[in-house]
Design a protein around this ligand. Structure first.
Ligand SMILES: Cc1cc2nc3c(=O)[nH]c(=O)nc-3n(C[C@H](O)[C@H](O)[C@H](O)COP(=O)(O)OP(=O)(O)OC[C@H]3O[C@@H](n4cnc5c(N)ncnc54)[C@H](O)[C@@H]3O)c2cc1C
Length: 393
């Protein structure tokens, strides 16, 4: 088999690359080891409503599970801050359908798509990478391509095999555990997030509603924690008297929340999405970042093919680090600062956050929020809090 481009992984990053490269008229093969693209999911499925227009994805009810109007935050002692918008601010997707439809759009644009096809290694010839070895429905195959895209998620092996350094220490990952389950009593128009060092060290517990009485209920904690994410999630359910015997799905997964890959293109190999650690370090959302990087990578892949100059792929690394790098580094700094917050700090900040623009905070444009916090007497009186907050400006 021979293509201009082979894309390993049909999560969200891979299909965007494949679709955009195919639209430019180049031959592309998108493969995924899953027998059904999108299944099983490892995701809470929440995403900003802006992504559909931004990445040219139809707002299709087949994968829009529920529209969301904001968020409610809960502090360790029970203070809440609610941000409710008049318009839809986000959606809870049905990722099993979403990922499959993204692959369908890639196929419609001209890409070939092969499910149940696992990339095993790269093929080298005269010291150069010329393709990948894969297993398609149990049969070993060789796929030759000018450019190889590794969009193979957090556990990415192909980028490493191609010589790209994707190592990040365990502390730069969140360990997640999630139930899709029946749950009642939480406003189904909002996402709900609980913070606290005893509740979810470094992370949060989430309820992302998929119905009036059904939600993704999960947790993310630092992966180097001696206790498991499941321990904390089950304890939270018990303490809140939530029946944990109506579980429709159980998902486990790692989320990279730091350790952005420095070299995003090496010769003719390009790495995107979770494989490149392109995830928002503050909230662990990676779908929008994966699509953004995928769009950027596709642009440079198309230029490299048009101008027959593989060296142009380096511009993907350059552009990502110039346009996205500073924002992501700021969010990483913010994440590291929040790791030092005590439960008392979290109580205070959530009280103060009430009424502020959470979207600003989440997108990295949080300076105004910090300035407001810095004016509060309870912050001014605490040298430690002042230091943490000032470090963020
Ligand atoms: C529990 C949990 C909850 C999350 N919640 C959210 C959320 O609410 N919102 C959000 O934005 N993000 C969330 N994320 C993060 C989000 O899921 C990822 O950032 C996003 O899926 C990254 O997309 P990707 O395309 O890079 O990788 P993935 O979606 O992981 O796709 C990688 C694909 O590559 C395939 N693959 C891997 N190895 C091979 C191989 N060797 N050969 C062939 N195929 C291969 C896999 O089967 C997979 O389909 C969550 C993550 C977890 C674990």
């Amino acid at each position: 088999m021979r293509y201009d481009v082979v894309v390993v992984g049909a999560g969200v990053a891979g299909p965007i690359v494949a679709r955009n490269v195919a639209r430019a008229g180049f031959s592309v093969l998108l493969i995924d080891k899953k027998a059904a693209i999108g299944t099983p999911k490892q995701c809470a499925e929440g995403i900003s409503v802006n992504v559909f227009e931004q990445f040219d994805i139809p707002y299709d009810r087949r994968f829009i599970n529920r529209e969301i109007y904001g968020a409610r935050l809960y502090s360790p002692s029970g203070y809440t801050a609610e941000l409710r918008y008049k318009k839809v601010s986000g959606v809870i997707l049905e990722r099993k359908v979403f990922d499959k439809m993204l692959a369908y759009y890639a196929a419609k644009a001209g890409a070939d798509v092969l499910a149940r096809t696992e990339a095993l290694d790269v093929i080298r010839k005269d010291g150069k990478i010329v393709g990948i070895k894969a297993k398609h429905e149990g049969e070993l195959i060789e796929i030759y391509a000018d450019i190889i895209v590794t969009a193979d998620g957090v556990e990415s092996t192909i980028a490493r095999k191609a010589g790209i350094d994707t190592y990040a220490p365990p502390h730069e990952f969140d360990s997640s555990y999630e139930y899709e389950m029946l749950i009642e009593g939480y406003d189904p128009d909002l996402i709900h997030l609980w913070f606290g060092n005893e509740v979810a060290p470094r992370g949060y517990v989430w309820v992302f509603p998929k119905d009036e009485d059904r939600a993704n209920v999960g947790i993310g904690i630092n992966a180097d924690n001696p206790r498991t994410a499941k321990y904390y999630l089950d304890r939270w359910l018990k303490e809140n008297n939530i029946n944990a015997k109506k579980l429709l799905e159980i998902n486990v997964g790692l989320v990279p929340v730091g350790g952005f890959v420095k070299e995003l293109a090496k010769e003719n190999v390009v790495v995107v999405g979770d494989a490149a650690r392109q995830v928002n370090p503050m909230h662990g959302g990676g779908m929008a970042e994966a699509m953004k990087a995928g769009t950027m990578a596709a642009k440079w892949i198309v230029r490299a093919l048009e101008e027959e100059d593989i060296g142009l792929l380096q511009n993907y690394t350059k552009e990502w680090w110039e346009k996205e790098g500073p924002r992501m580094e700021r969010l990483l700094k913010l994440r590291r600062a929040t790791e030092k917050l005590t439960d008392e700090d979290l109580d205070l900040f959530i009280q103060l956050l009430s009424g502020m623009d959470l979207e600003k905070l989440a997108s990295g444009n949080y300076a105004e929020v910090i300035k407001v916090l810095l004016k509060n007497p309870k912050v001014i009186m605490s040298k430690r809090r002042l230091e943490i907050l000032r470090a963020l400006l």
